[in-house]
Design a protein around this ligand. Structure first.
Ligand code: BES
Ligand code: MN
Ligand code: ZN
Length: 499
């Protein structure tokens, strides 16, 4: 995988600046100014003549690669459309065009001349941080189990020529944050893409320790099954009962804040493979249930981003890791188990295992006197039916927490959509033989799963993200790293990081 570095500089002599590719964002019908004008003059009017010939008009989606001049080996024009209509969608398109055009070359470094864009500071910041994140995630390749990994973009260095609107320090920090978020996303994708025979609960625990070795502010402790049994985590242990892989409760402390600051707790569903257990799933697409630790992966990824950004706040990441398998020791439909919170649960369907591991992890989270608790889980197929892949489902017992998360999702284009937690839904979870049933019948499956969790989260401000539709793509198959951008932005906001 190519690692890309991003830097912002003031380049005085645009023409003689050495680069494999000078990138010029050009608005439709705009007069050539600044860097574009200088490179045009130095190249005997090559840019002007491309415009005059109609080969390039600055429309959105247009790119044109020209021979270089002076220190620049190539000139890349990127169409930005109408300057009055340039919005975040345009900025995302520019990032994609820029990436695709660079991919068609062998350029390993480039200079982006930002001055031509004349965006307001906030918009320019957003563009830069999105661009850095986009290029970082676009250069991710899964390599772990391939003998000849697919090739990525050659680019390893992007220099941004800062502008009056966006001076070097501001541009640098936007690039740094975007890059960090991208690294967090890649971290999550890489873990989630690993096959279930490699990425076991034990592997996740080892990975947590590895992460902590490279980060002073991160410490890790792992609760083994014996300890979990002593603590009464009968729900979590009922899921791993049928597996030869022992469950792990992985606790990661990121201490970037003051010791008295209440932490934000992230709880991830870490089912490293979900066969359904005795309520065995049908065969089609069952391989995708290796992604059932996508919530856990996003906890790792968000912590990675927090570490990279050195965020000044405290975060506790809890990963409830287990494998859901059928065997002679597996939990059976009708079995009743006792959770750490003391509530008994009738396991009517062993395939509704996510809520079983989460309810014990959520009860455990209370000990950290959290500011907020957010769990992230590929929890229900019903969520995919309701929202498809564009939005994660958001549930919360606190409106301002919900609003903060929705806003963080919009800001990062990693959106969530709020769903109801009305008490009427609880009736669907009634059981004749236990305090709760683990399934709520055919209607509102994502909602009743959230209601189940809601019975264990009354002591603190809590939100739940059902990422069953957003955590991975089926074609081409691969983890998305969502909702790392949303969660990271949420933490950045809590840490007072400016946008
Ligand atoms: N991990 C699945 C949810 C899932 C299914 C996510 C398909 C993405 C795609 C979860 O453990 C599960 O099996 N849920 C059941 C719940 C049901 C038995 C109440 C489901 O959604 O079918
Ligand atoms: Mn399941
Ligand atoms: Zn599952």
């Amino acid at each position: 995988m190519t690692a890309i570095s991003f830097t912002a500089r003031n380049i005085r002599d645009v023409v003689s600046a050495k680069t494999h590719c000078a990138i010029l964002p050009v608005f439709h019908k705009a007069k050539l100014t600044g860097a574009a004008l200088q490179l045009d003059r130095a190249s005997d009017g090559s840019i002007r003549s491309a415009l005059a010939l109609g080969d390039f008009a600055g429309n959105p989606g247009e790119t044109l690669l020209l021979p270089g001049t002076g220190g620049a080996k190539r000139i890349l024009l990127i169409g930005c459309g109408d300057p009055n209509k340039f919005d975040r969608k345009s900025a995302r398109n520019v990032s994609k065009q820029l990436h695709d055009a660079l991919c068609s070359t062998k350029a390993t470094d480039s200079i982006l001349h930002l001055g031509l864009l004349k965006l307001k500071e906030r918009d320019a910041c957003w563009l830069l941080s999105y661009l850095a994140r986009f290029l970082t995630t676009a250069s991710y390749r899964y390599t772990e189990t391939l003998s000849s990994p697919k090739k990525a973009m050659k680019l390893s260095k992007l220099i941004v020529n800062a502008s009056k609107e966006l001076p070097v320090p501001t541009a640098s920090s936007a690039l740094r944050d975007g890059h960090a978020m991208g690294l967090g996303v890649n971290e999550a994708r890489n873990l989630a893409n690993l096959p279930g025979n490699i990425c076991t609960p034990t592997h996740l625990a080892r990975h947590a320790r590895k992460l902590a070795r490279n980060a002073k502010k991160l410490s890790v402790s792992v609760l083994e099954e014996k300890k979990m049994r002593e603590m009464g985590m009968g729900a979590l242990l009922s899921v791993s009962a049928g597996s030869d892989q022992p469950a792990k409760l992985i606790v990661m402390h990121y201490e970037g804040g003051k010791s008295k600051d209440r932490p934000h707790v992230l709880v991830g569903k870490g089912i490293t493979f979900d066969s359904g257990g005795i309520s065995l799933k049908p065969g089609a697409k069952m391989d995708e249930m290796k992604f059932d630790m996508g919530g856990a992966a996003s906890v790792f990824g968000t912590l990675r981003a927090a570490i990279e950004m050195n965020l000044p706040l405290n975060v506790v990441g809890i990963v409830a890791a287990a494998e859901n398998m059928p065997s002679g020791r597996a939990t059976k439909p009708g079995d009743v188990v006792t959770s750490m919170a003391g509530k008994t649960i009738e396991v009517l369907n062993t395939d509704a295992e996510g809520r079983l591991v989460l309810c014990d992890a959520l009860a455990y989270a209370a000990r950290y006197k959290p500011d907020t608790v957010i769990d992230i889980a590929t929890l229900t197929g019903a969520c995919v039916v309701a929202l498809g892949s564009h939005a994660s489902a958001l549930y919360a017992n606190n409106d301002s927490l919900a609003d903060d998360l929705l806003e963080a999702g919009i800001e990062t284009y990693d959106r969530a959509w709020r769903m109801p937690l009305w008490e009427e839904y609880n009736a669907q979870l009634k059981s004749n033989f236990a305090d709760l049933a683990n399934i709520g019948g055919p209607g509102g499956g994502s909602i009743t799963a959230a209601c189940f969790l809601g019975a264990f989260t009354k002591k603190y401000r809590w939100a739940h993200l059902d990422i069953a539709g957003s955590a991975w793509n089926s074609a081409p198959k691969g983890a998305t790293g969502r909702p790392v951008p949303l969660l990271t932005r949420f933490l950045m906001d809590k840490a007072g990081r400016e946008r």
